[in-house]
Design a protein around this ligand. Sequence first.
Ligand SMILES: NC(=O)c1ccc[n+]([C@@H]2O[C@H](COP(=O)([O-])OP(=O)(O)OC[C@H]3O[C@@H](n4cnc5c(N)ncnc54)[C@H](O)[C@@H]3O)[C@@H](O)[C@H]2O)c1
Length: 339
Amino acid sequence: MANNLRIGIVGLGRLGKRHAEALAFRTRHCELVAACSPVADERSYASAQLGITRVYEDFDTFLADPGMDAVVLVTPTSLHADQTIAALKAGKHVFVEKPLALNVEDCERVLAVAQQRPAQVAMVGFVRRFDPSYLNAHAAVAAGEIGRPFLVRSQTCDQNDPEGFFVRFAPTSGGIFMDCSVHDIDLARWMLNRPKALRAFATGTIALHPALAEFGDVDNGLAVVEFEGGARAVFYASRTMAHGHETSTEVIGTAGKLTVGEHAASDRVVRSDTHGVRHAVVKDFYERFEAAFGAEMAAFVAACRGEAPLSLTLDDALEATRIGLAITRSLHSGMPEVV
Ligand SMILES: NC(=O)c1ccc[n+]([C@@H]2O[C@H](COP(=O)([O-])OP(=O)(O)OC[C@H]3O[C@@H](n4cnc5c(N)ncnc54)[C@H](O)[C@@H]3O)[C@@H](O)[C@H]2O)c1
């Protein structure tokens, strides 16, 4: 493709603004030409801060804009499936944030439409697959450096937010496992070479945010997943860390193990004094994964321009949802659940 990819973005909330700024100012071979949000402040931001002239309140009117090749959806999870389908049917390439949907049937509807349109890219935002450290670890696993990988222990732990943003988010997020652990689930499948998941067991507790109970959610959750062939995964998700954001993963194999992201250091300075040995910690997911978010958008643009195919598929996104749902069912039932 000789020309820049013309992109429209939907949703300019917490993450949408970050994606928009990356697309408008830091990603090559694309132009951010349109934006859509039902929120007036977000539309003003798009005009004033991003210099976008085609700003829409209504999603269907936005999609009818003929001057867009691709759409980036950063909207509440409960809207992902229908918006992805509508954008594909409008002939656009689609990037949609994770998770693809909150039930398997919605994922399957998206896959069916995407399969009818193989020339269009449909990508789900599993950002960790674009993180240099996770890519390094995956290459080492694929090269056999740790022998046969059979166990993944992975956690997504956010710093406690006394304002409780995620409590307001709870009605549309699908709960802590669908919102946070879905990244770890995708990582585990990626590192273990896509084994079929068989069974899941989960438990959890509310440590600091009782308002989550109304939504059947917890602020700290633990899950174990069994895969065909003997591989296992253990996931931990937390909203209440005191020290910062700590995403880390261990991949254990028959000849060694790899650890990614331990201790969540924000830089390479370590202070050693009479108080002990310590370093500063990343505050949130964006600080930890900023480079990966940039690489993810670059990969989307390259795929749409026909320059580099994606190894991350919609089928991966469907399986992550399927496993996340079984874990969530187990949290509610207190029993192991078939995936
Ligand atoms: N990859 C990651 O690590 C990561 C991190 C954070 C969030 N996310 C995902 O990004 C998505 C958005 O999360 P967020 O934290 O930015 O949420 P947010 O609530 O801050 O933003 C949601 C945005 O969607 C817009 N919106 C709501 N209804 C709409 C509609 N009908 N049509 C168009 N726009 C609409 C809102 O105006 C807002 O701009 C979620 O699916 C979440 O899972 C992914």
